[in-house]
Design a protein around this ligand. Structure first.
Ligand code: ZN
Length: 248
């Protein structure tokens, strides 16, 4: 078996890629800056492991797989940042999109991604009777204006949990690991929650999930270049994922 563990690593926001045919929809004057602010840059390298990984292939500015598909369910729709963003993080218009474009984008990127994640979980349950999803993100050292938690200073590592899918033991293991590695660590602050595919959400306790959000100051500078601690951070996250593979 190629992926010999119940672990699935989900990295939804690491891509900066905007397909050529979509670039013309963007009104944002400084798209590079918006990409720098919004992308979880290098998270594909930081959350590297031999476990199965589900990476989103395009930028979250094209489509954000971590938002609810239904606008009624998604709280970030009110700032134009639901599954298909229409506003920049600073509130300015991002792009001009109608309902038909939105649906086309969701079918092209959102639906296949969720199918892949659901399928990865289904296969883990078949083989192992359990699955652990690690949802890998990073966040800006300073709060961005659209973010609901504006508290500073921000921790080094934020661990997101779900009351049904994250056992206290699992979140404790993660907190202890990162604290022992020398990081300041918070639970569900500044970001709460962790992804679980809809088919299993609050239904199947065999599916565990944990979000790990890394403060970008631990691995890059404000221009998006790797900093001196990059390799150390790669090693710590790698060791954490190895531990999770053994634990889950
Ligand atoms: Zn993210």
């Amino acid at each position: 078996m190629l992926f010999d563990s119940p672990l699935v690593v989900h990295v939804p926001h690491a891509s900066r890629y905007i397909p050529e045919d979509m670039r013309r929809d963007f009104l944002c004057l400084d798209l590079d800056r918006e990409l720098l602010l919004m992308t979880d840059l290098y998270c594909d390298e930081l959350f590297d492991t031999e476990a199965e990984r589900i990476l989103f292939p395009v930028s979250r500015l094209v489509c954000d797989p971590e938002r609810f598909r239904d606008p009624e369910e998604e709280i970030m729709e009110k700032v134009g940042m639901g599954a298909v963003y229409t506003r920049c993080s600073g509130g300015l218009p991002l792009r001009d999109i109608d309902a038909l474009d939105r649906e086309m984008i969701l079918r092209r990127y959102y639906d296949p991604h969720h199918q892949r994640l659901t399928e990865a979980v289904r296969r883990r349950l078949l083989s192992w009777e359990r699955c652990l999803i690690i949802d890998g993100h990073s966040f800006s050292p300073e709060p961005l204006s659209h973010e609901s938690d504006q508290t500073t200073p921000r921790p080094d590592i934020c661990i997101g949990t779900d009351s049904f899918h994250t056992s206290p033991r699992l979140s404790e293991r993660a907190m202890t690991f990162f604290r022992r590695s020398g990081y300041e660590c918070c639970l569900n602050r500044p970001f709460a929650g962790t992804i679980v595919p809809g088919a299993y959400y609050r239904r199947d306790p065999r599916v565990a999930s944990l979000m790990i959000e890394i403060n970008r100051k631990l691995y890059m500078n404000a221009d998006g270049e790797r900093n001196a601690d990059f390799q150390k951070t790669v090693e710590v996250i790698g060791a954490f994922l190895d531990m999770m593979k053994e634990e889950c």
